[in-house]
Design a binder for this molecule. Structure first.
Ligand SMILES: [Zn+2]
Length: 67
């Protein structure tokens, strides 16, 4: 590979547990950074959590085939 990959440090978000790479805006306090985004930092649990909906398997009519 001719592409040069920058050797950026990575961390794991403390909120959504997803890995995120170093950002320029964190250059000053990268050691203090624990969250991947402002949303995670603010404590919102919207990101990273999948909404599970329970659906009862109903009877679905098969698509009518024209013949
Ligand atoms: Zn996060």
């Amino acid at each position: 590979m001719a592409h040069r990959k920058p050797n950026l440090p990575e961390k794991t978000c403390a909120a959504c547990a997803r890995p995120f790479a170093w950002r320029r805006k964190w250059a000053r306090d990268w050691e203090a950074v624990r969250f991947c985004s402002d949303a995670c930092r603010s404590g919102r649990r919207a990101a990273g959590i999948a909404k599970v909906t329970k659906t009862t398997s109903g009877r679905l009519d098969p698509p009518a085939r024209g013949g």
